[in-house]
Design a protein around this ligand. Sequence first.
Ligand code: GLA
Length: 661
Amino acid sequence: MPGYPVLPEGLAYGGDYNPEQWPEDVWREDVRLMREAGVNLVTVGVFNWGLIEPEEGEYDFARLDRILDLLHSAGVYADLATPTSSPPTWFRRRYPGSRLVDREGHVLGGGSRHSFCPSSPDYAAASERVVTALARRYAGHPAVAMWHVHNEYGWANAHCYCPTSAEAFRAWLRDRYGDVGALNAAWGTTFWGLTYGSFEEVEPPVAAPVGLLTGLQLDFMRFSVDAHIACFRRERDTIRRFCDLPVTTNFMIPNCKPMDYWRWAAEVDVVANDHYLDSGRADPQIELAMAADLTRSVAGGRPWMLMEHSTGAVNWQPRNLAKRPGEMRRNTLAHVARGSDSAMFFQWRASRYGAEKFHSAMVPHAGTDSRMWREVVALGADLRELAGVRGSRVAAEVAVVWDWESYWALEFEWRPSADLRFRERVEAYYEALWREHVTVDFVHPSADLSPYRLVVAPSSYLLGEAPAKNLHRYVEAGGHLLVSYFSGIVDENDTIHAGPHPGALREVLGVAVEEFHPLREHETVTLEPFSATGRIWSERVRLAGARAVHEFADGPDAGHPAVTRHDLGAGTAWYVSTALDAGSGLRGLLGRVLDGAGVSRPRGLPDTLELVWRGDHLFLINHGDAPVTVHGVTGTGVLDGAAYDGSATVPAGGVVVVRTA
Ligand code: GLA
């Protein structure tokens, strides 16, 4: 496949390397320590534009030359970045029309990165010039293994509302709709008489009285993704004029809502992701696993690169918790288990300056006489032992539907309940599956679903006719489908499907919804015949082919179906019309659905044990505080060299990886 593998052998280990912040004697110490830790790849030059082009058109590559030569002499490869996420101060002064404007019309200031409009022609020209100069100079440099374009597209400038963006948006709409009548039809502008007479009348969704057309909002989200992708393509194609090394950019899955990464994935040679532990959560390793599974899925199941994570605390959460002993190792190896062929950090050496000086690093402020450094060195050794997993795939029998467009649309204003949140439901189902030791892929609803025994759609509010038919065909052909409430409600323009809800899924689910009955905050309802509770949602479901498996025992829909099952063709479609409690409710139901679908999974293990197969490697990651013995394990311990013959015991907080016979 293009762009893979990046390094001649093994997994990539390293991080963002910013030697420009340090005197040169520190660089020599850096490469010595990199060798000690087993670092073989570092990202260089990410925020260097102002240093390599101190004045427009005047380049100074002397420092970068020395850095790359030094890395090469130490046997460390470079993931060479283009510096275009942080334009130099002269650019801003000289091209005021390129400044980023927010929804309220404020022109955002400089003194930070990402402060530019992605549709600016001046930005396009200046970034293309610096990338051309970089690519021309370093295309053949022996240290350079890959190119890292920009940094985290959409991180702070996902949407720009300046006049240039407005004009670009109108051009995009002309392209999409051809004539303004088609736009009016798609957005339903007879509503409030908001019909446009020409494309010139369309404004981006700037701050306005409440009740903005949702079609306008959706298309602006789509346009903005395209604007950033156009920036990426320009740089990628410039680099390709000079060399054929893999080109990527670092995604922020799943924590950059405005970027539709299904669309992005087609653009890069290898999918790369940045993920930071949300240390405020009770079990942050579950969100981490979800991020990794979603990244692998976006990569089409191919190996991907973890481009950034942290050795310890970050600096931008409300409370930046340090990782406890062993936690970094568990985090890193969970990413590897779920398909990453690299373990990269932000950053190599902790910075003394600016906004990120309290962010952890591989070399902390405390220096090498520190737990963190010792764990970094030990992790390097683990990764060397794991070289054999490189390139191998993760198998999943269950898929969870994830569609960024549905995520956006669900969370526009004026929905039936403020508690309808995309990630709330997706994460609830993901967590239940994780605790059942079921590895999942994520899928777009129009993807090929035939490889899966079960497809779960926890939050598919927006669902076009074609993807809905895809789900229908999947069930008819023998698939098992589980759908949660408020799915299949609107089409790709945020227009309600005609007739009773859930319009797009009525037939496959065999139900019709007469009325929504959202619950009050903290209100719960009870289900029978098993004792489960529901939150957030209740609704009046009429059976139209399906049968009721559970009914509401109380609340607005007492005596009416709460969970239904529809046997259709060779398959089965389940529907759940409330937010089942995480315990007996959701896990109880999922258990039965998984059994019915024939999904294999280990039984009797604590739900704090993470268990993932990657190729012939079994990863056992113990997040609990007691040892766990897993039976039926035979093979060689990759990290500990042990011979496992029938069972493996994973110490509290520990990781065992077994290469099975
Ligand atoms: C992002 C950026 C890095 C750094 C880290 C800090 O991932 O790409 O440059 O700012 O966040 O966590």
